[in-house]
Design a protein around this ligand. Structure first.
Ligand code: THU
Length: 131
């Protein structure tokens, strides 16, 4: 699947966002190795800290469905600029995705690309701390 198609899926996903507090709707589309796409949106809460980001919603949906191998993720937002993933989402991605995992971020009619390794160098994992 082309990155542009994954970006479109991310824009569709943000339609389901629950973002009454920030007014900032975020969508994510996660491409699995077999071509399956899992969508996610941000889900806010009156207790603000309980908010779940779009990226983690997509990842957790995929994991709960039994998927483990991911090819790319696309992120969109209801307002420019679409976000780079927050630190928590980067760490969750690092649990399942390699440093060369591409992250596509909607920008105007196109998108920009970063790798997970660029976004989260030296990510924490137990292998490192046990060494
Ligand atoms: N948000 C995401 O869903 N993904 C990001 O990468 C950044 C932030 C959401 C969380 C919250 O609902 C809103 O954007 C404002 O922070």
């Amino acid at each position: 699947m082309k990155p542009a198609h994954l970006i479109s899926a991310a824009f569709q996903a943000l339609e389901n966002a629950h973002a009454p507090y920030s007014g900032y709707q975020v969508g994510a589309a996660l491409l699995c190795e077999d071509g399956t796409v899992f969508s996610g949106c941000n889900v806010e809460n009156a207790s603000y800290g309980l908010t779940n980001c779009a990226e983690r919603t997509a990842l957790f949906s995929a994991i709960a469905a039994g998927y483990r191998n991911f090819t790319a993720i696309a992120i969109s937002a209801s307002k420019e600029p679409a976000p780079f993933p927050c630190g928590a989402c980067r760490q969750v991605m690092a649990e399942f995705c390699a440093p060369d995992f591409p992250v596509y971020i909607a920008e105007g009619p196109g998108f920009k690309t970063a790798t997970l390794g660029e976004l989260l160098p030296h990510s924490f994992n137990l292998g490192d701390s046990n060494a």
